[in-house]
Ligand binder design. Structure first.
Ligand SMILES: C[S@@+](CC[C@H](N)C(=O)[O-])C[C@H]1O[C@@H](n2cnc3c(N)ncnc32)[C@H](O)[C@@H]1O
Length: 242
């Protein structure tokens, strides 16, 4: 994302009053460190998102990065495209995230930063839509309508890339906790962050995701990455392209 290391995430390391988690300036400032130490496989998923996207982007085609945060997936798409033309519409509702993203190196004028709610952004003539770790932050009732709009806005040869935490049972939940501990988070940090996320992050099972892609009109879906209780999906509008 950036050549310089991100400041360390210490947001939850002192006892604090319970406040719902928000993607504000304090989170934006430590976000690369936070997501790398919290989401197993994050760096692999981001890099492969770029490769997947590039496979579907041609003739200066359009990619949406919905819930882009600091633009990690956007940057991966640009890198995978080399100097080839494309248009990446990078959308986030957090002004703090977009302010920081715009200051990071590596982006160029192929990127259009848009401060908006993904539920209100028009999806038009897309070859690629990326929705990495975002659906889980939307109210459950808004997820299917968003996916259906994405499906309608994708070209026939396009692709939707979705990454999410899954409700996958206590075994993987326990391992995920150990992953965070191994990455230097204390019990206090883990439990305070979990409490802060409780009202804002609602996760679904893999089966719920697969059924919802079908209901949204996608012809086929595959899981292309899985690590503990985290997964990444590709969904194609008109069935498996191979
Ligand atoms: C976990 S981060 C996504 C990480 C990013 N896609 C990546 O791979 O680095 C979730 C992002 O979604 C954004 N977000 C959440 N709800 C949103 C909404 N309704 N509209 C736009 N952005 C939203 C948040 O501001 C936050 O930046």
């Amino acid at each position: 994302m950036s050549a310089s290391p991100s400041p360390r995430d210490r947001l939850f390391d002192e006892p604090r009053q319970l406040v719902d988690f928000a993607f504000d300036e304090t989170v934006a400032a430590v976000f690369p460190d936070m997501i790398r130490r919290s989401v197993p496989g994050y760096e692999t998923v981001v890099a492969l998102t770029g490769l997947l996207a590039a496979r579907h982007l041609d003739n200066a085609g359009r990619c949406y990065d919905l819930g882009c945060s600091l633009g990690a997936s956007t940057l991966a798409v640009l890198r995978a495209m080399g100097t080839n033309p494309c248009e990446v519409i990078a959308v986030d509702s957090s002004a703090a995230m977009l302010d920081d993203a715009r200051r990071l190196p590596g982006f160029d004028d192929r990127v259009d930063w848009v401060e908006a709610d993904v539920r209100e952004v028009e999806i038009d003539d897309a070859q690629v839509v990326v929705l990495n770790y975002v659906l889980q932050f939307l109210p459950v009732k808004d997820r299917l309508p968003l996916l259906a709009r994405i499906r309608a806005g994708l070209r026939p040869g396009g692709v939707l890339i979705v990454s999410e935490k899954l409700a996958a049972g206590g075994y993987f939940d326990g391992l995920h906790r150990e992953f965070k501990r191994a990455n230097g988070y204390s019990e206090l940090e883990i439990s305070q962050k979990r409490a802060a996320l409780e009202n804002v992050m609602r996760i679904d099972t893999e089966e719920v995701h697969l059924a919802r892609f079908r209901d949204a009109g996608f012809g086929a879906t595959r899981v292309w990455f899985r690590c503990l209780n985290w997964a990444s999906f590709v969904a194609w509008p008109n069935g498996d392209p191979r």
